[in-house]
Design a protein around this ligand. Structure first.
Ligand SMILES: O=C(CO)[C@H](O)[C@H](O)COP(=O)(O)O
Length: 221
């Protein structure tokens, strides 16, 4: 199986976690795109979706799945999203697609985070993938200096504007010993909207696609 087939296998496994009659939280990315395509087969069985990006909203709508604003829903039992890296404690780096802020908001509301990944995303320690940081444009230089003080090599994502009108700084070469502490430290830099560490609210379930099949793992297993 190639990587895209593995992503699809993980995504389709997540359909079993969708709660009938409820609203499902939907992440962003190529793995999630497979999930959205599969969700179309359950259209009549769910109330609809809350989306984490304009791209996912467009795909959901094109498939006839109702998309609600977050303000319109009272609860989201399950949020399904991919990751760029996930460690053994289910801490993640996300935001490769630049949707990290809305992803973190929808994930915060959801009762359960189901992470869908191919096996290449599973790491012993986070930080090989550069950490995305969404930044208010006027704070670009200040935030870049502060991130460099943390030991990172900061690269602004070229020709990219987030759905919220901000820019992304990708931080390479960080040593991430304590993901929870680093998530808070980066968030406290003035001008940072969100960073791509999902550690304070990590995943609850990991559906990891391997050539041998999809492994379902719960946090703490
Ligand atoms: O965080 C994300 C988007 O902001 C994605 O979940 C992450 O980048 C993984 O993407 P893909 O499924 O395309 O590998």
């Amino acid at each position: 199986m190639n990587q895209d087939e593995l992503k699809r296998a993980a995504a389709l496994a997540a359909l079993a976690h969708v709660v009938r009659g409820a609203v499902v939280g939907v992440g962003t990315g190529s793995t999630v795109n497979h999930f959205i395509d599969g969700l179309a087969t359950m259209r009549g069985e769910i109330a609809g979706a809350v989306s984490s990006s304009e791209a996912s909203t467009q795909r959901l709508s094109a498939l006839g799945i109702p998309v609600f604003a977050l303000d319109e829903v009272e609860s989201i039992p399950v949020y399904v999203d991919g990751a760029d890296e996930i460690d053994g404690s289910f801490n993640m780096i996300k935001g490769g697609g630049g949707a990290l802020t809305r992803e973190k908001i929808v994930a915060a509301v959801a009762e359960r985070f189901v992470c869908i990944c191919d096996a290449s995303k599973r790491v012993e320690r986070l930080g090989h993938f550069p950490l995305p940081v969404e930044v208010v444009p006027m704070a670009r230089a200040h935030v870049a200096r502060q991130l460099a003080k943390l030991g990172g090599r900061v690269v602004e994502r070229a020709d990219f504007v987030t759905d919220n009108g901000n820019l992304i700084l990708d931080v390479h070469d960080l040593t991430i010993d304590d993901p929870v502490a680093l998530e808070s430290e980066v968030d406290h830099i003035a001008g940072v909207v969100t960073n791509g560490l999902f550690a304070r609210r990590g995943a609850d379930v990991l559906l990891l696609a391997t050539p041998q099949g999809v492994r379902s793992l719960a946090r703490g297993d």
